[in-house]
Design a protein around this ligand. Structure first.
Ligand code: NAD
Length: 321
């Protein structure tokens, strides 16, 4: 296989690339490095089956030139589209960020797949497409879908742009709805925020919201394993799956206490008001992975175990910075 990954220098992209190379695939990827870094690719940059180019995928002319060149050297068999704005609060401040980095990167990717005749796409979507449905157990067929962040809106718009493309020129699509994914190299997220805050002021950790927000967390190693499993086993034209831990998730209070315990045991934790960390934050979601379990994949770590593993890894990562 010759696999092209967008957003390859980001947290999930670099982990996926390393796993595909180990499996024997040819891997190429683009990233504009707005959030990712070539440091994340250090261990694979010299690999004979790997190629990287710094390209802004929202710039269709630059993207077309670079992908056409790559495709003529080594025809791409499928695209894994991971590039996006991964900072949800940033998109609240400026909705243009999600339009450009989340939706236009999808739109341009589809346009070029059509031009170059590449038929298979795998897409990193998100639980954010569900919006705030309270205690409802979210299955893939839950609806209607009304996201409450621009991030979720542009992920949902991307999903439906993919389904429309399937009707005319794509052969097959995989839509993965991720939960919160954790591990290294961390580029964003609650654990990294807490570790950095404690590095700046070791006596006190300020938490956005009252700490009762409760979500499901999956380690990136398991996420990559689940995506590749779905890619192998699911045989529909449009394959859409929730990927997550098999539990109700853990609270932000639990995460704050885990980080404090590891990084600054004397620190006091100060909680804010209300159960939302920011506008567009979904305070609680309960994620069904029954469809994925039915296909035959189950996570080995629960949310709390994944948090403990990632806290250790991220604390280690940041102690070197
Ligand atoms: N990590 C999570 O918890 C999580 C949860 C749900 C969904 N997702 C989705 O998974 C994917 C990967 O997320 P991640 O955690 O690795 O985030 P990340 O920010 O580490 O990676 C995204 C990469 O996309 C790149 N990018 C953004 N805009 C670009 C553009 N215009 N052109 C080229 N590159 C661009 C960034 O530089 C970054 O390297 C994203 O689509 C994200 O929305 C992640």
């Amino acid at each position: 296989m010759s696999i092209f990954i967008t957003g390859i220098a980001g947290f999930v992209g670099c982990n996926l690339a390393a796993t595909l190379l180990q499996r024997g695939d040819e891997v190429a990827g683009f990233d504009n490095l707005c959030r990712g870094s070539t440091r994340n690719l250090e261990s694979i940059l010299g690999h004979p089956r790997f190629a990287f180019d710094a390209v802004d995928l929202a710039d269709i002319d630059a993207y077309r030139r670079a992908l056409t060149r790559l495709h003529s050297r080594s025809p791409v068999t499928e695209v894994w589209h991971l590039a996006a704005n991964s900072d949800i609060p940033a998109g609240i401040g400026d909705p243009g960020v999600d339009l450009r980095d989340t939706f236009m990167t999808t739109y341009n990717t589809l346009l070029l797949m059509r031009e170059l005749g590449i038929g298979t796409i795998a897409f990193a979507s998100s639980s954010a497409v569900y919006g705030d449905l309270g205690d409802r157990n979210l299955t893939e067929d839950t609806g209607p879908l009304f996201p409450i962040s621009n991030y979720g809106a542009m992920k949902l718009a991307s999903e439906v742009a993919i389904s429309a493309a399937l009707e005319s020129y794509l052969d097959r699509a995989y839509v993965f709805r991720f939960p919160n994914v954790i591990g290294i190299p961390a580029t964003h997220g609650v654990i990294l925020d807490f570790v950095r805050k404690l590095k700046r002021s070791p006596g006190m950790l300020e938490v956005l919201g009252d700490g009762t927000q409760q979500k499901s967390y999956l380690h990136v190693d398991e996420l990559v394993d689940a995506m590749l499993f779905i890619r192998r086993q699911a045989g529909d034209r449009l394959n859409y799956y929730n990927i997550g831990a098999n539990d109700e998730g853990v609270t932000v209070r639990f995460i704050a206490e885990s980080v404090v315990g590891r990084v600054a045991p004397q620190a006091r934790i100060s909680f804010g008001q209300g159960n939302k960390g920011w506008v567009g934050d979904v305070p609680k979601f309960s994620y069904s992975i029954a469809k994925l379990s039915g296909l035959g994949w189950r996570p080995t770590l629960g949310s709390s175990q994944a948090i403990r593993k990632a806290v250790n890894q991220i604390a280690e990562q940041e102690s070197g910075n």
